[in-house]
Design a protein around this ligand. Structure first.
Ligand code: MN
Length: 395
């Protein structure tokens, strides 16, 4: 229970308490906690300078004990009416604040961990061979992305230019991408770093990972398909990656933990998971407000704990602010696909929209919004807020 008057059905109840960075007109960016349709000004409410830095990094670096202590304090503030008089002056309306990139992103890694997504793309791009590559069920495939172009929700999506060459073209041409796409993903933010040379086992996942956000890995499929062999994604991805403004603490997702789908291939010891970190998060993909799909994160073959174990198993160290994303979340059903290239099957099956138009890929002016929810403690619902972006014409 809470003394707050929360909107009915809010996903920002006391069981969530996501962190973000906000400002009100004429004030500096600082840490806030979303509660109902308001934001608690954490810098003012705690007088702790760690919350006045304009990013979550310093607090994330403090580690799991500090995270748990603050979460317990906040829970007490919002549930015990004795705190109302002290807390209420530090609440501001959420629709009146400016939100910022919550974390200074250190390194950015993107995985490829949905079997349904990988099989769909395999069928489209390599129709004459097995949909999954030989390594796919032995390790979570990933690549290093561009941390400096990770931006907060709402950042305009400038249509990228680059080289593209269709199989029917004799030579590459240069120009605006004609196959601009989305990838609906879930991102994990590292709070506590690790030493160079020390692998981080799955059992240490919650000691390092602070929280979870939504990610849209904007992708120019025509640039990507021409450049990606043999070293993987590059300019087709690096122009922009959007993340949600609110970071849901890992501690808020205990009730969402589930076992991942059954696996049919034996795993090497560092990837075996006795206490797996599958998560029952359901995403929603909207184009200009119209629901296109509802990708289920619980269907992911590789969990974020396996991804973290894999990305450090060679001794690569972690830093505060590292972001690793799940890869496109796609389920087995057509209306669970997390990218347009899957929904339009490589552009061969245009997607009908309510306004009578169709899409194969994104048009200038299109707005894509990803949202997600998960079960929270005591039957509550956890919201991840949204990550949105509107396509602008190429310059
Ligand atoms: Mn991706």
């Amino acid at each position: 229970m809470t003394w707050l008057d929360l909107p009915a059905g809010t996903g920002f109840g006391p069981a969530n308490l996501p962190y973000g960075v906000f400002s009100t007109p004429g004030t500096a960016p600082r840490t806030g906690v979303a509660i109902g349709d308001r934001v608690l000004d954490l810098a003012a409410a705690t007088s702790d300078p760690v919350h006045a830095t304009g990013t979550l990094n310093a607090f994330m670096a403090h580690g799991p004990q500090a995270w748990a202590e603050l979460r317990a304090t906040l829970t007490g503030w919002f549930t015990d009416p004795a705190h109302r008089a002290a807390v209420e002056p530090h609440l501001v309306a959420r629709d009146g604040v400016t939100l910022y990139l919550p974390v200074e992103v250190a390194d950015y890694v993107d995985f490829y961990s949905s079997q349904h997504h990988a099989e769909n793309l395999g069928r489209m791009f390599r129709p004459d061979s097995a949909p999954l590559t030989a390594n796919w069920k032995h390790l979570p495939i990933g690549y290093h992305g561009r941390a400096g172009t990770v931006q907060v929700s709402g950042t305009p999506v400038l249509r990228p230019c680059g080289q593209r060459k269709a199989s029917t073209d004799d030579a590459p041409t240069f120009g605006p991408s004609q196959r601009l796409d989305i990838e609906a993903e879930v991102g994990f933010l590292v709070g506590v770093g690790s030493e160079l040379g020390a692998a981080v086992p799955q059992t240490a996942f919650a000691e390092h990972v602070f929280g979870v956000c939504l990610v849209n890995d904007w992708s120019a499929r025509d640039l990507q398909s021409w450049e990606y062999v043999p070293l993987g994604p590059f300019l087709g991805k690096s122009f922009l990656t959007s993340v949600s403004a609110w970071v849901v603490p890992l501690a808020a997702l205990q009730a969402a933990r589930v076992a991942p789908p059954a696996r049919d291939t034996p795993l090497l010891p560092y990837l075996r998971d006795d206490e797996p970190w599958g998560l029952d998060v359901t995403l929603e993909v909207r184009l200009n407000g119209e629901l296109l799909s509802s990708p289920p994160f619980r269907e992911m073959y590789w969990t974020p704990a396996q991804q973290l174990a894999h990305l450090t198993v060679n001794g690569a160290s972690l830093r505060t602010g590292d972001l690793f994303a799940s890869g496109t979340v796609s389920g087995p059903a057509r209306d669970q696909r997390g990218s347009l290239i899957e929904l339009s099957w490589g552009g061969t099956e245009p997607i009908p929209l309510d306004d009578g138009t169709t899409r194969r890929f994104l048009d200038d002016g299109d707005t894509v919004t990803l949202t997600a929810t998960a079960p929270g403690a005591d039957g509550t619902r956890i919201s991840f807020g949204a990550v949105t972006g509107t396509v602008q014409p190429a310059r």
